[in-house]
Write a protein that binds this ligand. Structure first.
Ligand SMILES: [Zn+2]
Length: 381
């Protein structure tokens, strides 16, 4: 018998404990869940029967009878996850423990609109499933990151910049019409933060910056993604102090994004006579020690750092992790650090780590897997 996700209640809790690697035996499950050993055994049997858990007799013995080792059944299922950027999509399949099975990147213009973009994504998912997953292994959920604000209540995109046609588009409904499964639609910086948090064990409060074509920030509070009403962490339209007056895509003057994003730097460099077509070109220019590029990236880092001083004092995180395509430019992070350490309260920075993001290019995909599994296995799902 194959059981569909979501798996609710205690079964979902037990499955999640195994999926996240925290429990490897029925004894672990009893200890961590607080359920009686007999209830754990009953539910484990049900999960094995449902094809979701596997149990083998290879656990290390602690003197008595050798405990049987629990793991996710290899055929328990896969998750299809994507991270949409302005000009590309990175997508792949994960197993239910969140480990990538296959990941690829392909060109994709988000400005082509939601239907064309989501259909291209779904066709890529279908092909990956056909090529990499046996037909007996079910797809359990689909998740995507969006480079714009997402209302967590409706999973719709709300007033995004540079995404014509996406405002209020029902992304989740569109995907659900194709996949009758748990669907996750989430802001890309939030996904990146959820993925990055897995790389900082023991650190519960993080700000994860994504500095690419735009600027985003995901906030992890007490180990969990903080969404607020959907706009939490959105630092891109904070006003910065400036002598000039630049109009942002949002219509206001002097937003951080209008000065310090990859898109803003690309425009400024092009105006200065240095040809740039993508944000990654800026990193190349900095590495080649082109003075205009290095100077602009340094200024961008200082502006981002100035905005962060307020946030670090207020939120007092353990870690500020900096990712996104522009983060590979060394002067960015050093100037962020300099601004934060100069202006923040000593107590706020004493144990603060400001560091490059650790989770790598698949951070958002890993975050999508983790949130999708949370949603599919939560007691209230
Ligand atoms: Zn703005």
């Amino acid at each position: 018998m194959k059981q569909r996700l979501p798996v609710q209640g205690a079964q979902g809790d037990l499955l999640r404990l195994v999926a996240t690697g925290r429990a490897e035996s029925r004894a672990d499950l009893a200890r961590l869940s607080g359920l009686a050993a007999s209830s754990v055994s009953l539910r484990v049997e049900e999960l094995i029967e449902a094809g979701l858990l596997a149990e083998e007799g290879s656990g290390p013995s602690r003197g008595g009878r050798r405990p049987r080792r629990l793991s996710l059944a290899p055929a328990a299922g896969v998750l299809a996850v994507a991270d949409l950027g302005a000009h590309h999509v990175r997508l792949g399949l994960l197993d239910l423990s969140g480990a990538p099975l296959v990941v690829e990147e392909r060109p994709c213009e988000i400005a082509d609109g939601p239907e064309a973009t989501l259909d291209l994504m779904a066709e890529a998912f279908d092909r990956l499933l056909e090529e990499h997953v046996p037909p007996t292994v079910p797809l359990r959920g689909v998740g995507t990151g969006i480079p714009g604000p997402v209302d967590p209540a409706t999973q719709r995109v709300v007033t995004p910049s540079r995404m014509p046609g996406w405002n209020e588009f029902p992304v989740a409904e569109h995907l659900r019409a194709r996949y009758d499964l748990p669907i996750l639609v989430e802001n890309d910086a939030n996904l990146m933060a959820a993925g990055e948090a897995r790389s900082w064990p023991g650190q519960e409060n993080l700000m994860v910056l994504k500095v690419g074509t735009g600027i985003g920030c995901g906030v992890i509070v007490n180990g969990r993604l903080h969404r607020g009403r959907g706009a939490a962490g959105d630092i891109s339209h904070v006003r910065v102090l400036s002598d000039s007056s630049v109009i942002c895509a949002c219509g206001h003057h002097d937003c951080l994004e209008a000065y310090a994003s990859g898109a803003a730097l690309a425009t400024a460099l092009t105006d200065a006579g240095v040809t740039v077509s993508h944000t990654s070109d800026i990193v190349g220019l900095v590495n080649d020690a082109v003075p205009e590029a290095t100077s602009m990236v340094r200024t961008a880092g200082r502006r981002i750092g100035e905005v962060l001083t307020v946030l670090v004092n207020f939120f007092n995180p353990d870690v500020v992790a900096v990712g996104g395509s522009l983060s590979a430019a060394e002067p960015l992070i050093t100037s962020i650090r300099a601004a934060v350490y100069e202006r923040c309260l000593p107590l706020a920075t004493r144990d603060l780590e400001i560091a490059p993001a650790r989770a790598g290019r698949d951070a958002a995909l890993l975050g999508a897997g983790s949130l999708l599994l949370d949603a599919a296995l939560s007691p209230s799902a």
